[in-house]
Design a protein around this ligand. Structure first.
Ligand SMILES: *[C@@H]1O[C@H](CO)[C@@H](O)[C@H](O)[C@H]1NC(C)=O
Ligand SMILES: *[C@@H]1O[C@H](CO)[C@@H](O)[C@H](O)[C@H]1NC(C)=O
Ligand SMILES: *[C@@H]1O[C@H](CO)[C@@H](O)[C@H](O)[C@H]1NC(C)=O
Ligand SMILES: *[C@@H]1O[C@H](CO)[C@@H](O)[C@H](O)[C@H]1NC(C)=O
Ligand SMILES: *[C@@H]1O[C@H](CO)[C@@H](O)[C@H](O)[C@H]1NC(C)=O
Ligand SMILES: *[C@@H]1O[C@H](CO)[C@@H](O)[C@H](O)[C@H]1NC(C)=O
Length: 252
C-alpha cells in the first residue's frame, strides 16, 4: 500500500516536471511534407528567402520550403524546425526526427483541383529530397508530419553579404542562430552617430538608400523573439559589393 502510494507520488511528480519541460519547448503541431529537387539539392538553392548557394552558406541540404501559412511573406526565412513523420505506413520506422532551416517558399497553386498542399491555410513543408528520405519512403510523395520550432544551431557568426550598388545597398543576413528568423535590421556607419532603419526588401535581404560606401559599418540584428545582436564594425571601410563579412557574435 505504502509502496504503491510512493510510486503514484513519484509518477505525479515526474508528470509535473515533464509538463513544465514541455512548456519550455514549443508544442508539436500537425502539417504535411513533400519534397522537391533531386538528391543533390541543386534545385533547392537560391529561392524566395534570398539566400544563395546553401552549401556555401552553411545550410546544406537540411532545408525546407514553407507554404504560405508558415512563410509569413518571407519573415519566417531562417527559422528552424524539427519534423517527424507521423501516423502513416510510409513513415520510416525507427527513424529520428529531422532538423531543417526555412530557405524557400512553396507557392500556392489555385489552378490545381488536387495536390494544392501549399495553398493557405495548409501548413506544409516542401523538403529537399534527402531530408524527406530520412523520415519517409520516397514513393509516398506526401506524408503527415508533426513539427515544432527549435533553436537554430549554426557554426560561426551572423554573416552579411553586400549587394546592389552605391545608391541602393542590399544586405543579405544569413547564418543566424537562436530562433533564426530576423525581423529587424539597423545599420550605422562610422560617419554617423544614429542607427538607420533598413527595410526588408524580400526574404532576408535588407536594403537602404543611405550613402555608406567607404565607411565601416555596424549592424543591429533583431530576431522574432526580440533578441538583438550588435555587429560592431563588421564591414571595414574598404567593404566591397559581392563580398561577405562575418560577425564574431551569434544568437544563442
Ligand atoms: C555550391 O557550392 C559548392 C561548394 O563551393 C559547389 O560545389 C556547388 O557546385 C555549388 N552549387 C551550385 C548550384 O552552384
Ligand atoms: C512501419 O511499421 C508499421 C507497423 O509495424 C507498418 O505497417 C509499416 O508498413 C512500416 N513502414 C515501413 C515504411 O516499413
Ligand atoms: C499549377 O498547376 C498546374 C496544373 O498542374 C500547372 O500546369 C501549373 O504550372 C502550376 N503553376 C505553378 C505556378 O506551379
Ligand atoms: C529609396 O529611394 C526611393 C526613391 O526615393 C524610394 O522609393 C525607396 O522607398 C527608398 N528605399 C529605401 C530603402 O529607403
Ligand atoms: C562623412 O561625413 C562628412 C561630413 O558630413 C563628409 O564630408 C564625408 O564625405 C563623409 N564620408 C563618407 C565616406 O561618406
Ligand atoms: C556583383 O555580382 C553581380 C552578379 O553576379 C554582378 O552583376 C555585379 O557586377 C557584381 N558587382 C561587383 C561590384 O562586382
Amino acid at each position: 500500500m505504502g509502496a504503491k502510494l510512493n510510486i503514484t507520488l513519484v509518477l505525479m511528480l515526474l508528470t509535473a516536471i515533464l509538463a513544465v519541460d514541455a512548456k519550455i519547448e514549443n508544442d508539436w503541431e500537425d502539417a504535411h511534407a513533400t519534397n522537391y529537387g533531386g538528391m543533390d539539392g541543386r534545385e533547392t538553392m537560391q529561392g524566395a528567402c534570398g539566400y544563395g548557394n546553401l552549401t556555401e552558406q552553411g545550410y546544406g541540404l537540411e532545408t525546407s520550403a514553407l507554404s504560405t501559412a508558415l512563410f509569413n511573406d518571407g519573415l519566417t526565412c531562417g527559422a528552424c524546425y524539427q519534423i517527424m513523420c507521423k501516423d502513416s505506413k510510409w513513415c520510416l520506422n525507427g527513424t529520428q526526427s529531422i532538423h531543417v532551416t526555412a530557405t524557400n517558399f512553396c507557392p500556392p497553386n489555385y489552378t490545381k483541383p488536387n495536390e494544392n498542399w501549399c495553398n493557405p491555410p495548409l501548413k506544409h513543408f516542401d523538403l529537399t529530397q534527402p531530408m524527406f528520405r530520412k523520415i519517409a519512403v520516397y514513393e509516398a510523395g506526401i506524408v503527415p508530419v508533426a513539427y515544432r520550432r527549435v533553436n537554430c544551431v549554426k557554426q560561426g557568426g551572423i554573416t552579411f553579404e553586400f549587394k546592389g550598388n552605391p545608391n541602393w545597398i542590399v544586405v543579405l543576413v544569413y547564418n543566424v542562430g537562436g530562433v533564426g528568423d530576423v525581423k529587424d535590421v539597423k545599420v550605422k556607419s562610422s560617419n554617423t552617430t544614429s542607427w538607420l532603419q533598413m527595410r526588408r526588401n524580400w526574404g532576408q535581404n535588407w536594403d537602404t538608400n543611405a550613402t555608406l560606401v567607404g565607411q565601416s559599418l555596424s549592424f543591429q540584428v533583431t530576431t522574432s523573439d526580440g533578441k538583438m545582436v550588435q555587429a560592431d564594425d563588421v564591414a571595414p571601410a574598404t567593404w566591397k559589393f559581392n563580398q561577405t563579412y562575418v560577425c564574431k557574435r551569434q544568437f544563442n
